[in-house]
Design a protein around this ligand. Sequence first.
Ligand SMILES: C[S@@+](CC[C@H](N)C(=O)[O-])C[C@H]1O[C@@H](n2cnc3c(N)ncnc32)[C@H](O)[C@@H]1O
Length: 455
Amino acid sequence: MNPEEIANNNEIILDFIQRYTIDDNPIEISFRKLFPEIKTGERYTHLIHAYPAKLLVHIPYLFLNNTILSKEGDFVLDPFVGSGTVMLEGLLANRNVYGADANPLARLISEVKVSTPDLTKLKSTAKSIVAKAKMYKKYNIPSVVNYEYWFPQTTILSLSKILTAINKTEDDDIRKFMLISFSNCIKKVSYADQRISVPVKLNPNRYPINSKEWDRISSRISQLETIDVFEKFNQIVNENIVRLKSVNNSIDSKYKARIISDDARNLTCSLHGKKRLAKESIQLVITSPPYAGAQKYIRASSLNIGWTELAKANELLCLERKNIGREHFKKKDLQICKTGIKDADILIEQVNSINPTRAKIICTYILEMIDALNEMVRVLKTGGFLILIVGNNKVCELEFNTQEYFTNYLTSIGLKLKFKLIDDIRSYGLMTKRNKTADIISREWILAFQKTSTI
Ligand SMILES: C[S@@+](CC[C@H](N)C(=O)[O-])C[C@H]1O[C@@H](n2cnc3c(N)ncnc32)[C@H](O)[C@@H]1O
């Protein structure tokens, strides 16, 4: 990044801090207008794989490319790393980056997004995978939930052959790259509606016969029945190689990005390791946590997780239980308890009188988010910054004021709020349209805190 851009970003951040000090009012901005030169689509490897509720890249771009919140070589953390937006932007900004996520697919996407395999080897392996796969007589079908419902028979065979060939790849970086490209193919060759994040089967009969939608869906289904899966995989691999090349040419190998944990509440030095990440070791945390009951990350990834053998169909429930913001609770477990955040507790009581399940969802969400926030603060250096990107939503027609609850909690434990921004999230993507009891998120809040003393 050139010094002029850094100076410009420093000025923007100092202006936010100054304006907020004067009147404590949230500042309305449009990140897209602030950086019109950053396109929301193709940028390095951000489109290597689809993922629900990806962060707008402009946000980490600003908060990483300045010398106020962190400096080159500092350690940055995203404990809800998702598809690795912060991880990639951090590396591009010459920071060392750690990520954590409960979803194994998210962890794999993030890893591949910042990997630097040998590109010549990558290209030749891609060719041989397809050639070998076409020849296989012996292959395994992995444990994918309801696969016969989601894929035509010939597609199941082709996918199984490609997977068998990928699994024989020796170089780990290349194998993971192929697996992510393969995973990116899955929804495109399935009967799942690509416009919806969780799998929903295409069905023309939801529309009047011969209507435009009926025609569109019927022809899509016919296409899927004869789709050349090998060709589709090949196409995605080639697109992803171009993306990876742009990253390889832009990052400095001095700086590293790594996945360190599968739970934001327990940050360790390495994935599945026991040793906890040292306290006061991180200069900057940037993260967009999950929303309460607004995204079903594991369900949305279930076909991909199965096909990439990251988990078996019968292990999905267990993965879901690790998710903050999950929605499934047994009737016998619906008792709620106090979170200690006064306004949140009032809301939870109100919701409880209308819908005890919803009350349990938001109560558990806040309690688990408090654990995650405590963990972020523990690893943050004194003087370090925490940037949270959150949205408010509605629960039983009542406002669930996430940003206010988190602000109250973090300031109550001694963090200093430096500024609050509000941006709209039209392109946030793939939000599930909620049922009557919750609402979609349309504005996002960017909260910037500083850890001013050892807590
Ligand atoms: C809003 S998304 C993050 C999106 C990310 N910023 C991106 O650009 O792709 C929230 C993420 O939190 C993850 N998550 C949920 N519970 C978690 C937990 N206990 N620990 C770590 N990650 C968790 C979900 O799997 C999801 O990927």
